[in-house]
Each structure stands twice: as C-alpha cells, then as structure tokens.
Design a protein around this ligand. Structure first.
Ligand code: 2NE
Length: 275
C-alpha cells in the first residue's frame, strides 16, 4: 500500500493506507523495548486509529532489522529505565503504562494484527498476545522472561495466555522462560500463520484487506463477544455497549427518544415484541 505518515513521534512510526493503520515500534537498537514515552506514543496512535472511521485494521510491528541484522517485534519494558516502582520517564515518574495499552488494544472495536519478526519477549510477548491475530515471520522468537530477571505479568500475560495455549503450556512458558520458534508458537495456537520474513508485511496487509471487505459491525460485535467470555464484567460492558449502539440505530429507539424530546407519549404499539 501507499503508506502515508499519519503522525510523527520519537519512539514509534505511524502510517495509514486504504483503511489500514500501521504502528511500528522504532527502537531497533533496544530490540524495540518500550519506555514510558514509547507507550504514551503507542496509546496516542491507537487512540487515533480507533477514532478514525476509515480505519478497520491496525498492524502492530517492530522496526528492523537492526544494524546487527537481527529483528525484533518488542523485547518488553526497557530495563535501562526500570526504577523503584515501574519504568521511569523523563518526568521522573515510574509507570507500568503498558497495561493501559494492553486493555486499549483488546477493547478497541477494530482488528489489531501483530506482525512478529524476531523477538517477542517479556512485555513484548504479551503485546502480541493481546492483539486479535498474530502473523509471525519464520524467524520469530517467543517467550517470557520475568522469573529470570525480576518481573511477571499476572494479567493478560498469564491468564489470557493460558486460555490460548492451555494451563500446562502457559505454566511451562512462564516457569522455564524458554525461547520458542515461530513454528512452535503456531503449534501452540499463539500465532495464526508463519511466513518468510521478507513477506511479513505483505501477508499482514493481505489479511487486513480481507477483513476490510467484511461487515464492520459484525466484526465489532464478534470482538466484544470473544472478549466477554474472558473479561468478566468489563467484557460484558463492551458487549452491552454494542447492544446499545445497535439499539440507538433502530426506529424503535429513535421513536422513544423523539417522544421524550417532544414531550409526548411514545407510540410503543408500533413496535413488535419479537419471539
Ligand atoms: C531480546 C533478547 C533475547 C535479544 O537478545 P540478543 O542477544 O539478540 O540481543 P542483546 O545483545 O541482548 O540486545 C541488544 C541490545 O538491545 C538491548 C540490549 O541491552 C542491547 O543493548 P546494547 O548492550 O547493545 O547497548 N535490549 C534488549 N532488550 C532490552 C530491554 N528489554 N530493555 C533495554 N534494553 C534492551 C535479549 O535482548 C533479552 O532477553 N532482552 C531483555 C528482555 C527483558 O528482560 N525484557 C523485559 C521483561 S519485563 C517486561 O517486559 C515488563 C514488565 O516487567 C512489567 C510490565 C510490562 C513489561
């Protein structure tokens, strides 16, 4: 596609073309590890993609390869700025703001596809997990590291992972902190497809274009339905929000709204009590 720069940031790149947004973590010298600034920028770009009614699919990826020839999707939180209570930004405040980003990606009513070349490690691994779909390059490397370096993600990073790959495998991934190949990740059900690294973006665009030919409302409702099964009350809130949205669009809701504004009784008998 004819990617156009949608906004300029320091730590990420943000492009759009044909209803597809592309968000690229751009710190290849750090294996695309994120610091608070990176996460603020990611949240800003995802918020823009959510608000843009022409955008249906967001591709999330990492810049690369680095000058040493290695690829990375994201190596998690930037350990060089980890402080007493989280990752410390230029303002001196420690944060774990990637958790906000995880929730945003999961609940935004658009499809988010992770394109993973090279390392998806630690918090970077969790980022691909919370995307709707993951397409991996054949050089993809997946894994958690927390218990090896003093961290853990007991949220989506563990419970949602277990829903995805099963309890035994999820516990293995966290307790042993091994690296897994793209083929192994595919086998576990953590990724949807594996393609040669040179064709990764093209494959992502192909999937995005197929999705863009489908019904936005159907996909919106499906995404919230998949979340509702896992996310408890906040998942039900998302699903119910879609029911309200669809209800507002009916003649019935419009008649009741109009009647209130016009200070008259609504013509309730006009509307069927469907079986
Ligand atoms: C990703 C991995 C396995 C790559 O290994 P390799 O050998 O290919 O590269 P190398 O030499 O380790 O890394 C290249 C450069 O990137 C930096 C390294 O420090 C190195 O820099 P220089 O020495 O060349 O200056 N780098 C890589 N990952 C980084 C990181 N996360 N933070 C800062 N700099 C990083 C290997 O690099 C690796 O295992 N990286 C560390 C993975 C890690 O510990 N991630 C954090 C997990 S915790 C987390 O993500 C988290 C959290 O704790 C709480 C909330 C949310 C997330």
């Amino acid at each position: 596609p004819d990617w156009k720069v949608a906004k300029t940031y320091t730590d990420i790149l943000y492009h759009k073309a044909d209803g597809i947004a592309k968000v690229t973590i751009n710190r290849p010298e750090k294996r695309n590890a994120f610091r608070p600034q990176t996460v603020f920028e990611l949240c800003d770009a995802f918020a823009d993609a959510r608000e843009d009614q022409s955008v249906g699919v967001v591709l999330l990826t990492g810049a690369g390869p680095h000058t040493d020839g290695k690829y990375a999707f994201c190596a998690g939180g930037d350990q060089s700025v980890r402080g007493h209570a989280g990752y410390v930004g230029d303002d001196g405040v420690p944060r774990l703001n990637v958790l906000d980003l995880q929730k945003f990606i999961r609940s935004m009513p658009k499809v988010v596809i992770a394109l993973v070349a090279g390392y998806a490690i630690g918090g970077g691994h969790v980022l691909h997990l919370v995307c709707d779909l993951t397409i991996a390059a054949d050089n993809g490397i997946f894994g958690q590291v927390g218990p090896k370096m003093g961290s853990f993600d007991g949220g989506f990073g563990s419970s949602y992972l277990a829903r995805m790959v099963g309890q035994k495998k999820a516990r293995e991934i966290w307790y042993l902190c091994r690296h897994y190949t793209a083929a192994q990740a595919l086998d576990m059900g953590m990724v949807n497809a594996v393609v040669p690294v040179a064709g990764l973006e093209a494959e992502g665009v192909k999937w995005a274009r197929e999705i863009m030919n489908h019904s936005p409302l159907a996909i919106r409702c499906l995404k919230s339905a998949f979340n509702a099964d896992v996310d408890g009350q906040s998942g039900i809130q998302e699903l119910a929000g879609n029911a309200t949205l669809l209800y507002y669009m009916t003649d019935e809701a419009k008649e009741f709204h109009r009647a209130q504004r016009e200070k008259r009784k609504p013509d309730a008998r006009k509307f069927p009590w469907l079986p």
